[in-house]
Design a protein around this ligand. Structure first.
Ligand code: F6P
Length: 219
């Protein structure tokens, strides 16, 4: 999965490729942000885990990142954007995870997909944040929701190697009759982990990773 939200594996194949597509989009959006002195909000996928938004935000040098795991502090985001403008930075980029909790947005009639998951793309998190930013800062702000573009394309080198290595492990587990396992990568080691452990609970972004990102962006 591109969400990287399985436990007991450091990465899931698809994540690096999807994050790479989103980073390319972020880099391209920064050109317009700079040329038009705007703030751009890029909404990325990831469902209820913020791994894509966290990595893309750090890599793109975003001015703010919103994650499903961290309650949105709109004032802190606006203050950071305002502070940077006061220092002369005439453009800005916010990377928003589609699963960011926005109480104002979440109503009872959230649409469910065929698997019973909340369909997050309809929540328009990026649009909501762009409106908040433009109204509060008086700066032209646009939002882009990347959507399913993130899920396709040529796999990155990392994902090609990871996919090959976990594929070998999966075949070995079958040969050994070691059923009920997922091939996982831990550090550089490829191991078999119980499916229940891997998929029983979501691997979400720990607060310490958010704090690390904030130390970079909230200056
Ligand atoms: O779980 C992978 C994923 O791409 C999520 O990041 C995204 O929210 C969801 O699937 C989209 O699902 P669908 O294709 O059903 O709209």
């Amino acid at each position: 999965t591109m969400d990287n939200d399985l436990n007991h594996t450091d990465y899931t194949f698809g994540f690096d490729t999807a994050a790479g597509v989103a980073l390319d989009a972020a880099d391209r959006l920064l050109d317009t942000a700079r040329s038009h002195r705007r703030i751009l909000v890029l909404e990325v996928m990831g469902r209820h885990a913020g791994w894509v938004a966290l990595h893309v935000g750090i890599a793109a040098g975003a001015d703010w990142i919103t994650l499903p795991e961290i309650p949105l502090d709109t004032q802190a985001m606006l203050s950071a954007l305002r502070r940077k403008r006061e220092r002369g930075k005439t453009w800005g980029l916010v990377v928003a995870s589609e699963g960011t909790e926005l109480p104002a947005l979440d109503t009872d009639d959230v649409q469910l997909d065929a698997f019973g998951h909340a369909s997050l793309s309809k929540r328009a998190v990026g649009e909501y944040l762009a409106t908040e930013i433009e109204q509060s800062l008086g700066v032209e702000t646009r939002s882009v929701t990347l959507g399913h573009v993130q899920r396709g394309g040529t796999p990155s080198l990392f994902d090609r190697v990871l996919g090959s290595r976990v594929g070998i492990k999966a075949a070995d587990l079958v040969k050994e009759g070691d059923w009920g396992k997922m091939a996982a990568i831990q550090g550089t080691e490829v191991v078999g982990v119980d499916l229940e452990l891997a998929a029983g609970t979501l691997k979400t972004v720990p607060v310490k990773f958010w704090e690390e990102a904030v130390s970079l962006i909230n200056k």
